[in-house]
Each structure stands twice: as C-alpha cells, then as structure tokens.
Design a binder for this molecule. Structure first.
Ligand code: LMR
Length: 326
C-alpha cells in the first residue's frame, strides 16, 4: 500500500524535472552610436531596469555602433521582426512620416529644453503615434543635443564660408534643403561611414552633437567646429507594433515602466555628456572651436529661413506653430 504514494511522488518529481523553465523573451535593441553617448547609455540603462523588474522573463541584448544594423537597414529590420527596439534620430523617419520633419527645420529650437517642452506637449505626444499605421509604435523621445557644424577649412563663421563644400547629412530631405539654401552640397550617408568620408575628403564637413563628434573622433579629421546650434539631434525609441501588442500584459507594462525610467536617466545625462565632450574636444586641441557672434548666427538663420516655407505643406502649419512657440 505504501507503493502508491511513493509512485505518485516519483511521477510528480519526474514531471517537475522534465518541464523546461520558460525561456525569457529576447529583446534586441540595436543602435548606431557608441556606448559612451546619451543613446548608448540609455539603452544599457533600459536593459538593466527591464531585466531587474522582469527577472527571468526578458533578456535585453544591446547592439551599439551599427554592429547589428546600420542606418539603412534598422527600420526595415524592426518591421521584419529581426530586432525589437531601435532609436533612430528624428531625421531618419522621412519615409514613414513627414510630421517628424519639424525637428529638422533649421533654428526651430533655441535649446534642448525647448525641444523637451514640445515633445512633452500634446502635439509632441501625438507624433509618437504618427507611424502606427506603418506598424511602428513610439515608446519615448530621447535627447542627444544641439548640432554644431564642422569642416576641414579654417573659416566657418558665415554661410558663404561653406559655399560649394560637401556636407554629409542624415537621410532627411529637410537637411538636404538646409545645405542647398546656403550653397553647399549635401550628401546623404549612413552614420557608420562618416568618419572615413571625412578622413578621405569624400566630404568636407558634417553636422552633429558634441557627443557624436567626440565618440566618432570627427574632431581628429576636421579643422573647425563652429558653435552654430542650428538644429537638434534627438531620437524616437520605437518598437514593432505587432510584437509589442502581442506581449503578455505584465511584460508590456514592465517594459513600458523600464522605458519611462531609462528615458529620465538618458535625458538627464545628455546635456552633461555633451558638455563634457565639448571640453574633451577643446582639450584635445585638434580641431579649433569657433564661437559665433549674434550677427553670425543671424546670417545663418536668414540664409536657411526659406526651408521652413518649403516644408510647411508636408509637415503641417499647426505642428510648426506648436514647435516654434516653445
Ligand atoms: C547621425 O546619423 O549623425 C546621428 O543620427 C547618429 C545618431 O544616432 O546620433
């Protein structure tokens, strides 16, 4: 008679031993910048927070520096489900929505605080959902910072200084128009190719934030960096709508919360990192940092102003008005 309970116990033990533990959901987060940048640090913070709040349920794998997918492929990879989270700069969504082009309009925002106010307001929040019909969900905005202009020439104060020069730009029609407005030749190019293009003279210059200039070593292959603050590089952290909506509710909520906290972290860090990297570039003494006078800035503004009108129809007057009020 004792045989039956022990048989039951043995069977239960066997069943327990053979049921494999649930595998964590693997989340690939791919981006194009270095780890020592606002986006690089934000992605690592998201991994840490998500894995902590959903132990054993998710595993976040972060791939920096275009290791997995570069600019040209990352959006397609997200839609194909080859990667679950990416954070392209707001300049790289041209093909999916025209509304986000508002962020590329030259001199739209005075500083990152103004960008932040716009993103946090009703219009900015609506733009997070402007690609749902394309299968893309916007999870958050992450800051990088204001863009500066650099070139391999000594003088970079006024629009006429870059006339005829070749500039690498992100894949954005607004940025193309911006450089054409000042008589320069813009060339769309993936981020991973920029250093070599600058080094070999394929292009003369580029526009980027201090943290990108430092981490990509552009200051080593450029002569002058002008403090133009003429635009912004910020990101939208996005995911594949079908994948996101198919997640168990508790996992989706945990990831949304981790993203919220990682956003606060990354956005706080962005300004400090850019300030630090500006100092490092100055200390390195390779490229000259050129400050601009009010009159210089006014000249750039005036020369680039026609770009606003050109894209008003695509972007929408209401969106432009909301952004320019910040
Ligand atoms: C660039 O292509 O210059 C930037 O968008 C890279 C980035 O993601 O910051």
């Amino acid at each position: 008679m004792k045989l039956i309970p022990s048989l039951i116990a043995a069977t239960a033990a066997l069943a327990f031993a053979t049921v494999a533990p649930a595998q964590p959901i693997v989340i690939k987060f791919s981006h194009v910048v270095a780890e020592n940048t606002p986006k690089g640090q934000g992605a690592l913070k998201f991994k840490e927070l998500a894995e902590k709040s959903l132990p054993g349920k998710v595993q976040v794998q972060v791939f920096p520096s275009s290791q997995l997918f570069g600019d040209a492929k990352e959006l397609e990879a997200l839609l194909l489900g080859d990667v679950q989270i990416i954070a392209p700069s707001l300049s790289k969504f041209d093909r999916y929505t025209k509304s986000l082009q508002v962020f590329d309009l030259p001199f739209m925002f005075d500083d990152v605080a103004a960008v932040d106010r716009f993103q946090a307001g009703p219009v900015g929040q609506k733009l997070l959902n402007s690609m749902t019909s394309k299968g893309i969900v916007g999870l958050a905005y992450w800051h990088n910072g204001m863009k500066e202009l650099s070139s391999d020439k000594d003088q970079l104060k006024r629009p006429e200084d870059i006339k005829g020069l070749k500039f690498r730009i992100q894949a954005s029609d607004v940025l193309e128009a911006q450089f054409r407005a000042v008589g320069a030749n813009p060339q769309k190019m993936a981020f991973s190719e920029v250093y070599q293009a600058l080094q070999t003279g394929v292009v003369d210059g580029q526009e980027n934030t201090w943290s990108n200039i430092w981490s990509q070593k552009y200051h080593e292959v450029q002569k002058t960096i002008a403090v133009t603050n003429h635009g912004v590089i910020d990101y939208m952290v996005i995911t594949n709508a079908k994948w996101w909506n198919g997640l168990p509710a508790d996992v989706r909520a945990g990831l949304a919360d981790a993203m919220k906290q990682a956003t606060v972290y990354a956005n706080k860090l962005a300004n400090d990192l850019n300030e630090q990297d500006r100092k490092k570039i100055a200390d390195a003494g390779k490229a000259k940092i050129q400050d601009l006078s009010k009159e210089d800035v006014a000249a750039w503004k005036k020369a680039m102003a026609p770009v606003w009108k050109k894209f008003e129809g695509d972007i929408g007057k209401d969106i432009i008005a909301a952004a320019s009020q910040q």
